[in-house]
Design a protein around this ligand. Sequence first.
Ligand code: ZN
Ligand code: ZN
Length: 396
Amino acid sequence: MPVAGAWSRAARDVLPEMEGWRRAFHREPELSNEETRTQARILATLRELGIQSRTFRGSTAVVGYLGADRGGAAVALRADMDGLPVTETTGLPFRSRYPGRMHACGHDVHMASLLGAAKLLKARERELRGPIVLVFQPAEEDGVEGGARPLLERGIFRDPRVDFVVGQHVAPQIPLGSVGWRSGPMMASADEFLLTVRGTGSHAAFPHGGADAIVVASEIVLGLQTLVSRARDPLDPVVISVGSVHGGTRHNILPETVTVHGTVRTLSATTRRKMERLLRHRVQHLAESHGARVEIDYRRGYPVTSNPPGATGRIVEILRKELGPGRVIELERPVMGAEDFSRYLEKVPGTFLFLGVGEPGRPSPSPHSGSFAPKDRVLVTGAATLASAAVGLQAA
Ligand SMILES: [Zn+2]
Ligand SMILES: [Zn+2]
């Protein structure tokens, strides 16, 4: 048996309740900013637990409060709420009731873990030295605006003034029962670009009358790849991917417009700005060199998720005591996925953790796939991690 602290033992006792919450969320996944049933369920559960909460006009978020009268460090714990437009193929007894919608990113696990932590913390509320803010955040999957920014703008970190923030995400590359951590950049920034290339429509047999938008768009797609291979430091990761190209109706007509839609990922704010500048420049020049025009709609999405070393080190120490040192795993490298938890870390120190759901000998499907099915047992580690980190951060 792995070493386990008091929070893990307490979490094991509330596993049946957490399973119930998780399964109820899982059955009724809702897309970004539509999490109304999910919100109602969270509100009802917090009420049952005797925990005060509040909502915001025009938002599906819920924020709960423990130890509101304490003067010590305030810690925010965050779970995201939204599901995805994915068709579930797990065959689980609690599979999604809604065709084409699924909790395929484990946000059901994140919410049930946070409710579990809330229950554990409520039982020891008198021992809390500072407030604990339970943040149930919509729209993490949205990608551009997200759910964190609107909540920060509504002042959730101001009253009470939050000192630390902790969040977690299920991760198949970490074994079930363990957590993964990383100091510094852990997840990428994610920006989105939509290019509209405008050439001259013509008969395909007479291409010389103007700019062929299809050829220009093709050069742009390839030109973006040489930005990655030739215009940035090979030791500084960047991904530019084009996920959709649209244009034309049939083989012998050259269309007037072609759209190119893609994403830019980086691991530093400086590189992020540089890649945007280079992309605009390259795209503009490629189009001009053909006599075509291009409109560039560049949307800055989530910033780099970067865990400050000080707070991260403290949380790692707390978790080593709680879970046992073998179950607290340092990640070898960052991942190029993105998270709007990064927006909280721009305001206050804290850390984002990977919550292991990997099982030996059983290749785990990745998040966003219809067969992604983390085991309920992960909830024990999820709740113990959040509760112990919150109390531990207040102790110093
Ligand atoms: Zn996701
Ligand atoms: Zn997710």
